[in-house]
Design a protein around this ligand. Structure first.
Ligand SMILES: [Zn+2]
Ligand SMILES: [Zn+2]
Length: 272
């Protein structure tokens, strides 16, 4: 019986036994590096025996690098220590899962109250109004990129995209698509007003070399917006509602409510 060894181990450089093209070492108790089509098992692994997240387990084995591997994928399959790697797996994807669910349920709850509110209830519902903007912005600006990251494969060779997270991401995109660019800027403006007593991001500022920064750099449109354009967008939305800002909250809530119900149904599948 012959033993084929091809290529050095990507992690430690020792000969890596190819389990697809050969039978592995003659002495099957020998400690050697091995690989199959997509994964490899390295003798430098220090994962404790029986650890379910071990890089010697079939589910969490280190992925073989490919020419297309990104720097981060290479780091995560080769360089990272066993301890850090297991921490990473254990952290994803469930940490703070209940907090994210809470933001979405509170958004839904605020939207339900506002959607059925009457104009004269504005004074009673002032705190619900604020909660609505803060939670809506949080879903669009924090939870969306978070779910996008979950959906993106972490390791080279993982199937892409990770379908489990697709439904929630689609549902958030559907909510975002209900609003025009000007309305998205208004959502951000109301949230910033609710969260920051000093609104520096809306002021002119200067770079270190003295040049003026005349735009708000981080916006829900995922591009910088000049302060003047931002003001025009917000004023335009307010004017349309003649200017009754409580009516804006109620109308946005009414428009979003069906899609927020759909979002919570999806979110419950991945967060608990
Ligand atoms: Zn090795
Ligand atoms: Zn390990």
């Amino acid at each position: 019986m012959t033993t084929t060894t091809i290529d050095p181990c990507p992690r430690c450089g020792a000969p890596c036994y190819d389990l697809v093209n050969g039978p592995g070492p003659e002495d099957d108790t020998a400690k050697v590096c091995m690989k199959d089509e997509s994964r490899f098992y390295c003798v430098t692994c220090t994962c404790p025996r029986e650890d379910p997240y071990s890089c010697n387990s079939p589910f969490f084995a280190r992925v073989l690098p490919t020419p297309e591997s990104t720097k981060k994928q290479l780091y995560n399959s080769i360089t990272i220590s066993c301890d850090d790697r297991r921490k990473l797996f254990q952290r994803r994807p469930d940490a703070h899962s209940s907090l994210r669910l809470q933001w979405i349920t509170q958004l839904l709850r605020a939207a339900r109250q506002l959607a059925s509110a009457k104009a004269q209830e504005a004074a009673d519902l002032w705190s619900v109004d604020y909660m609505f903007w803060i939670r809506l912005y949080g879903v669009l600006d924090d939870i969306k990129p978070f779910v996008t990251r979950l959906r993106t494969p972490m390791f080279a060779g993982d199937a892409a995209p990770r379908q489990r997270f697709e439904g929630t991401l689609q549902a958030i995109n559907t909510v975002a698509a209900l609003f025009t660019d000007d309305e998205l800027l208004y959502i951000q403006y109301r949230r910033d007003e609710a969260c920051h007593p000093v609104a520096e991001a809306y002021e002119l500022s200067q770079r270190k070399d003295g040049r003026l920064v005349e735009e708000k750099t981080k916006t829900l449109l995922v591009r910088p917006v000049k302060h003047d354009d931002y003001d025009r967008a917000v004023e335009g939305v307010i004017k349309r509602y003649k200017p009754n800002e409580f009516a804006i909250a109620c109308d946005f809530a009414r428009r979003a409510l069906p899609d927020l119900e759909a979002l919570i149904a999806e979110a419950l599948k991945i967060f608990a």
